[in-house]
Structure formats: C-alpha cells, structure tokens
Design a protein around this ligand. Structure first.
Ligand code: NAD
Length: 360
C-alpha cells in the first residue's frame, strides 16, 4: 500500500472593514503583495461607479492592473464566463505568481475566485467586496464557483482568498434592492448563532439610515469567520450557514437566475426554515413570527406570489447537500442555534411552501 499524506493546510487571512478603504487599495495591497501586475476582475456597474479611483490607487502604489469586466448580475455566474476570464489571462501570458483581485459583489468574487482556483492550478487572490452581501458573507470563506442550469453553485472549488478588504462607504451607491438583499444573510447569522445581531438589525431598521452598517458587517463577518475557521472545507458545522438556502437556492434556480436576488430568495427560504423549525425542531412559533416581522421591517420578501412548480421541486431534489437522503435541511430548535436534520420525506416542506403562497 502506498500512502499519500498532505500536511493540513494552514490558512489564515485578514478581513478588514474600514471606511474609505477602496481608495487606499494600493497601500492595502502593498502590505500583501509585491508591486507588479495584478489581475482585476470586476463588473460593469462597479467599474463605472468605483473603478477609476480604485485603479488609480493601485497604480500609485506601483501595481499594473489588467482588468476583465463582467456583465453585472447572477447570469455572469456561469462556466462560460470563467472560461472567458481564463482565456483573457492566458492571452496575456499571465505568470503563476500574478495575484487576482476580485472587485465587486458576490457574483464577481465567486467567478474570480473560481477562475483563480482553476487557472494554472491556482493563483493567489484577494477580494474587495462592494455589496453588503459580499462584505458580510460571500467574500469570506473560500467557497467559489458558478451555477449550472439545474442548480446553484454546482460547479466550484474551495480556494481561500489571501485577504478580504471591505469598504462600507462603497455601499452608498447600491440600489436599495441590492442593499436589502445583503441584510437577509445578516439575519441568517443572527438566527443560527448570534441573536444579538437580530437586535442590532431591529435598531438598524428603526433608524432608517445606513450609519449602523459597519457594525453589522463586522458582527456578521465574525460569525462567518467563526464557522470557516472551524470547518474550512464545509464538511460539518459550517453547513449551518446554509440555513434558508435549501429553499432559497431552489427558488433562484426555478424562477430563473436573476429574477429574485439571492438575498430575496434567502429571505423567503429563512421563513420556510423557521416554519419547518416550528414543525420539526421545537422552535417557539412566537420566535418564528418575530423574525418574520424583522424581515418585513427590513423590506425583504416573506411570501411567494405563486406556488412554485416542478422546477422548484426538481431543484430541491438536486440540492447537492442532500446526498442519498430525501431532504437535508438546517433548522433552528431555538434562536441562536442551528442543527442539520435529515427529513424522511418532503411532506412537511410541501405544507410549509403552500403556507407561504400569498392568497390573492
Ligand atoms: P451581485 O454581485 O450580483 O451584486 C448585485 C448588484 O449590485 C450587481 O448588479 C452589481 O453590479 C451591483 N453592485 C455591486 N457593487 C455595487 C456598488 N458598490 N454600488 C452599486 N452597485 C453595485 O450580487 P451579491 O448580492 O453581491 O452576491 C450574490 C451572489 O453571492 C450569489 O450568486 C450567491 O450565490 C453568492 N454567495 C456566495 C457565497 C459564498 O460563500 N461564496 C455566500 C453567499 C452568497
């Protein structure tokens, strides 16, 4: 017998959250990489709103950024776009030592990270996330990948970035819809692990401004880092972060990518998970209603306008976390706790989904 032994990878990287950081990108990168070529991946909206100052800062610090710009939105999260990015890099004869910089929302970091994981079997990469969703969640943790028609994130890899650099000021240009989407993932962090975040969110909803947002990003990023540190390759406890995503991902896939934002789908998925938790995990119904009220006050959707059809149920069946069991779902026996349940059938979920369809 021949055995191969790979010493456990030691992974450690900073998540910095600081106002104005985008315009100090060059100095930030100088602490992490030697000046020279950089492969920036962004999308058209982010490039138009923030690109000039970001790139100018990199150039001032001695970097020579080469930029690939994606179309904005979930449809860019495809294997075809990853291939395009890699073809461009190959055309530029990129050396294996050239770092990648993802500059955008969760779509950009998932695509750029996957391209970085794949090209020449792995380039170092850094993220400057520019959406709330990416700063609070998606940019941290090294899960990168793209969608297939049959399901979200079915093609992917683990490839941790070397640093995550969040500028809350960048969020000022987000559309209200994109901003709200990020709040859904922060609600999730509160439910599964840190109920204090839910109170923070209630105060945030009452205040109406975005002044408390840096504190919320920090709190959510801490929860994400806690899970990733304990389970970097998502084999155990980190799967709790899928709370609300079994239904959320199936909604995204069945409605057509981009019709519902990821955060909107997760918001409805959270309500489904809460109701399943009441039925099967002993969650107090009053706690479930409180969270639903919170989602409503954050102006996130909590109902479906029509019963999802066959594509939804086949996306549920495709859920890659399911394995051989009929359904695996993360539920919350109490607020601040989460546990994975293997459900013997879809009966309870069918009931919950029909309870979410808004009566005309
Ligand atoms: P996104 O990247 O599509 O961004 C939303 C929209 O905001 C886009 O149109 C984008 O152009 C625009 N935008 C980005 N920054 C902006 C800015 N500062 N000002 C104005 N507009 C800006 O979507 P998202 O919500 O950031 O991320 C969603 C994706 O993240 C989904 O594909 C989801 O599956 C993925 N995700 C990944 C992880 C992970 O661990 N890898 C975790 C959660 C979610």
């Amino acid at each position: 017998m021949i055995s191969v032994s790979v010493a456990r990878e030691r992974i450690r990287y900073p998540v910095r959250i600081s106002a104005g950081l985008l315009h100090r990108a060059g100095d930030v990168m100088l602490r992490a990489a030697a000046p020279g070529p950089l492969l920036v991946v962004t999308d058209r909206t982010v490039a138009r709103l923030h690109g000039a100052r970001f790139l100018a800062s990199l150039r001032r610090a001695g970097f020579t950024p080469r930029v690939v710009t994606l179309s904005p939105g979930e449809r860019s999260k495809s294997f075809a776009r990853v291939r395009d990015v890699c073809e461009r890099w190959s055309g530029w004869r990129v050396a294996r030592s050239t770092p990648v910089v993802a500059f955008g929302g969760g779509v950009v970091s998932d695509v750029a990270g996957f391209a970085a994981a794949s090209y020449a079997r792995g380039l170092d990469w850094f993220v400057f996330p520019t959406t709330l969703l990416a700063q609070a969640d998606a940019a941290i943790g090294g899960k990168v990948g793209v969608n297939l028609r049959s399901g979200k994130n079915l093609l992917g890899a683990f490839h941790h970035p070397r640093g995550v650099f969040c500028d809350p000021d960048a969020l000022r240009t987000l559309t209200p819809r994109a901003f709200r989407s990020g709040l859904a993932e922060i609600v999730k962090m509160g439910i599964i692990r840190r109920p204090a975040i839910l109170n923070q969110l209630r105060r945030f909803a009452e205040s109406g401004g975005i002044s408390g947002i840096a504190g919320l990003i920090r709190a959510a990023a801490r929860v994400k880092a806690w899970y990733v540190t304990r389970d970097p390759s998502d084999r155990g406890i980190r799967q709790q972060l899928n709370y609300g995503h079994t239904v959320g991902h199936a909604l995204e896939a069945s409605y057509g990518y981009g019709r519902l934002t990821h955060g909107e789908a997760v918001s409805i998925g959270i309500v489904a998970a809460l109701r399943m938790s009441v039925r099967l995990a002993g969650l107090d119904p009053a706690d479930a209603r409180d969270i639903e009220d919170l989602l409503r006050s954050l102006r996130l959707p909590v109902r479906l306008d029509r019963a999802p059809g066959a594509r939804f149920w086949s996306a549920i069946a495709q859920d890659k976390k399911r394995g051989r069991r009929p359904l695996r779902m993360v539920l919350s026996p109490a607020i601040g706790a989460a546990k994975t349940y293997d459900l013997p059938s879809l009966t309870a979920l069918r009931g919950v989904i029909s309870s979410l369809v808004q009566k005309p």
